[in-house]
Design a binder for this molecule. Structure first.
Ligand code: SAH
Length: 445
């Protein structure tokens, strides 16, 4: 998790990286130093006319940051909001741009978005070319992490956007197949380039494009999905921990399924015993791992087609001890409490309850309700593996909710693990949005 007190890579009064040895590039630059900045007294948004800068020495458009924008950039924030740009750029969106301060000093390079509130997504702090070779190196760097930390694994997130230095690009690997999302104009425009690089690097049999995702709306990009390269069969199977799963890359959720929970699925398998319950099961990721240890598992999923897929995955692995219930988990938990049922291991992995800040309170009530009921349902010594993928609810807030649920349930609760997504979903320091998944392992006494 980002720690707010951490010293930024460059403090804001240090001079930002200069464009190699070259002078600030501006049209007709005479080679003289630009005027001195106005120092601390200058307002963050200047009232004097902003100097216009033409293209830089590499021909790329140059965008000027306000003082506050410069401070954010210097403090290592990889996103710059539109309000922190001087003037209104007349660009189309999707360009790589040079990011400069009002004197013309180069701060780095970024992807530009024309409609999103996030105008710039940092690519580099250096004056280096952002070309095919640049993205090849970033892909290779991303791949190196997975090969080192997940040797032998064939299913994992290959590229986690900003966290892997390629903003707006998600690539998931399911065995021989890749599933990708282009989230911003810059990656959408470079679809062919990324497809070519991914084929070169991973030699997949097929690549599915799953750019049918809400955030593209903020960029005025249409929803799109379909095969991008090679062939992708309607059902792809992949291994996770001790089980195999069938997924549908064209119609499954996200890029097919929730790879971010992979390590937690496996971990839940280690803890599982006795009578187990997996709520919000989707394709049974948690239920199947738990079935390898628990005596009996109940998987609860509201969507009938998803429940049918869980049944298929149960059969695929030859389990006899899994029951799939197509029901609302809120009702299931309430009824189970009323009927005096008991469990030894419970997983709660609901969908995001709060898509924005205004929805947080309602989300907290939802989390508390299911966690309270789960605590009531556990026999003493039982385990609760409880997750939240809502970015707007951070770990501290989630933990407070769990404390309050434990008090109301009148149970003594131990925190055994505070987990997140796996290492194939690295958290980028200074970009809290990349730390969205929380997963606590609790023991309820
Ligand atoms: N646990 C899964 C991912 C869960 S995603 C995994 O690890 O792979 C959330 C799932 O909850 C979706 O499949 C969605 O259909 C289901 N869902 C949403 N609301 C629900 C509800 N009220 N009761 C039960 N399932 C629900």
């Amino acid at each position: 998790m980002n720690s707010p007190g951490r010293r930024p890579p460059t403090s804001s009064n240090e001079r930002p990286a200069r464009a190699g040895s070259e002078r600030p590039a501006r049209p007709g630059a005479s080679g003289q130093r630009p005027p001195r900045p106005q120092g601390d007294r200058a307002p963050h948004r200047t009232t004097r006319p902003v100097r216009q800068f033409g293209p830089g020495p590499d021909g790329l458009p140059q965008l000027v940051l306000t003082r506050r924008g410069v401070e954010r950039w210097a403090a290592g924030h990889p996103w710059i909001y539109r309000v922190d740009l001087e003037g209104t750029p007349t660009l189309e969106g999707g360009e790589v741009v040079r990011v400069i301060d009002h004197r013309g000093w180069l701060l780095g390079k970024a992807f530009y978005s024309q409609t999103s509130k996030i105008a710039l997504r940092a690519l580099t702090l250096e004056d280096e070319p952002v070309d095919e070779e640049f993205f090849r190196r970033r892909l290779d760097q991303a791949d190196a992490l997975r090969r080192h930390t997940l040797p032998g694994e064939k299913s994992y997130r290959v590229v986690h956007a900003e966290s892997d230095g390629i903003p707006g690009l998600i690539v998931d690997r399911y065995g021989e197949y890749l599933s990708v999302q282009f989230l911003i104009p810059a990656t959408e425009k470079r679809k062919e380039l990324f497809t070519r690089l991914l084929v070169e690097q991973f030699k997949p049999k097929g690549i599915m494009n799953r750019s049918d995702v809400g955030v593209r709306g903020l960029e005025q990009l249409p929803q799109e999905k379909g095969v991008l390269y090679g062939e992708v069969p309607p059902t792809v199977s992949y291994a996770e921990g001790l089980v195999n799963l069938h997924i549908d890359l064209l119609n499954g959720q996200k890029t097919g399924t929730f790879l971010d929970q992979r390590d937690n699925h496996v971990r839940a398998g280690h803890f599982a015993f006795g009578e187990a319950l997996d709520c919000f099961s989707y394709l049974g990721g948690f239920a199947l791992q738990m079935a390898t240890r628990a005596k009996h598992v109940t998987a609860v999923e509201i969507s009938e087609p998803a429940a049918e897929q869980i049944r298929g995955n149960v059969k695929l692995n030859g389990f006899q001890n899994v029951e799939v219930v197509a029901a609302n988990a809120f009702d299931f938990l309430r009824d189970a409490v009323d009927e005096g049922k008991r469990f030894d291991t419970i997983v709660l992995d609901p969908p995001s309850f709060a898509k924005n800040k205004d929805a947080i309170e309602g989300a907290m009530r939802g989390y508390k309700e299911i966690n309270l009921r789960a605590m009531q349902l556990l026999r003493p010594g039982g385990y609760l593996i409880t997750a939240s993928c809502t970015y707007h609810v951070d770990e501290a807030r989630f933990e407070e909710m769990l404390e309050s649920a434990a008090v109301d349930a009148k149970r003594r609760v131990q925190i055994l693990e505070r987990r997140g997504a796996g290492m194939d979903h690295p958290v980028l320091m200074r970009l809290r949005e990349t730390r969205y998944l929380k997963c606590f392992v609790l023991r309820v006494l």
